[in-house]
Design a protein around this ligand. Structure first.
Ligand SMILES: Nc1ncnc2c1ncn2[C@@H]1O[C@H](COP(=O)(O)OP(=O)(O)OP(=O)(O)O)[C@@H](O)[C@H]1O
Ligand SMILES: [Mg+2]
Length: 259
């Protein structure tokens, strides 16, 4: 068993009926600028949460903290009972649990779609090539890219490249997926195919934390919506309540601009 496999075992005290992600009073400052001012919420296994809010309100920072791309200044984040803010944390083990997809797909341009999906399991986890290839092919089919295995990123549309990026992330077999505005750079006609992929993942029970500006998608797919403004969660609730009867003035103003 590799070191990563060992460390990826959930904390012995964690059981799946407990929140899979738990944020407690998370603060983050860049220099003297406090971006997150005490954010707390739980995500349960299989739950889909959407984080929405104005530009600069700290959404990307928040979800980057979850896979330790950004270190928090104070507070606690646990994934399957493992403290992400622990300086002794094995980040590789954490990132096996927590996949992340960004607005920029960051595919390797000189590798085919299949090779992009296969790279991390082979080179980071040292898994066996044949097994990884079979899984990568199945994942490309799952994101509806069967037939594009040998295409290079430059030969794919933005939406297709983003689906390769999703498949690449899934190849690590994560328990939680983070999506940060993954459709923001796409042409309108390719947005939908990426949203369909995410919706299918959600329907299969993948725990998802999504930052999105796609309000109708959030309404449709989310179990719970969190609205952030200036580093705090201003308001949250299930989509039906959240969109129909936001109470806070800041939420209402934001929704009136985006709906
Ligand atoms: N590495 C960094 N160093 C300094 N300031 C940063 C850094 N990253 C983010 N910030 C600042 O933190 C604030 C929140 O940024 P963040 O990217 O989390 O916002 P956001 O809600 O994702 O915005 P958007 O909707 O535009 O993506 C912004 O004012 C940003 O300039
Ligand atoms: Mg952002």
């Amino acid at each position: 068993m590799t070191r990563a496999t060992l460390a990826a075992t959930p904390s012995p005290s964690w059981t799946p009926d407990q929140p899979i992600v738990r944020l407690a009073d998370v603060h983050k400052s860049f220099g003297t600028f406090e971006v997150l001012k005490g954010v707390s919420f739980d995500v349960r296994k299989g739950e889909v949460v959407c984080i929405i809010g104005p530009s600069g309100s700290g959404k990307s920072t928040l979800i980057r903290c979850v896979n330790a791309l950004v270190p928090v200044s104070a507070g606690s984040i646990q994934v399957e009972g493992i403290e992400v803010t622990d300086p002794r944390l094995d980040k590789l083990a954490l990132r096996r649990k927590v996949g992340m997809v960004f607005q920029q797909y960051n595919l390797f341009p000189h590798k085919t779609a299949l090779q992009n999906v296969m790279m991390a399991p082979i080179h980071v986890l040292g898994q066996e090539k044949r097994e990884v290839e079979a899984r990568a092919r199945a994942l490309l089919a799952k994101v509806r890219l069967a037939g594009k295995e040998n295409a290079y990123p430059g030969e794919l549309s933005g939406g297709q490249q983003q689906r390769v990026a999703i498949a690449r992330s899934l190849a690590m077999r994560p328990d939680v997926m983070l999506f940060d505005e993954v459709t923001a750079a796409l042409d309108p006609e390719t947005v939908k195919e990426v949203l369909v992929t995410i919706r299918e993942l959600a329907e299969e029970g993948m725990t998802c934390m999504l930052v999105t500006h796609e309000m109708s998608f959030a309404r449709d797919v989310a179990d719970h919506i969190y609205f952030t403004d200036r580093g705090v969660i201003v308001e949250h609730g299930p989509p039906a309540t959240f969109f129909a009867s936001a109470r806070d003035e800041r939420t209402r103003r934001f929704l009136s601009q985006v709906l």
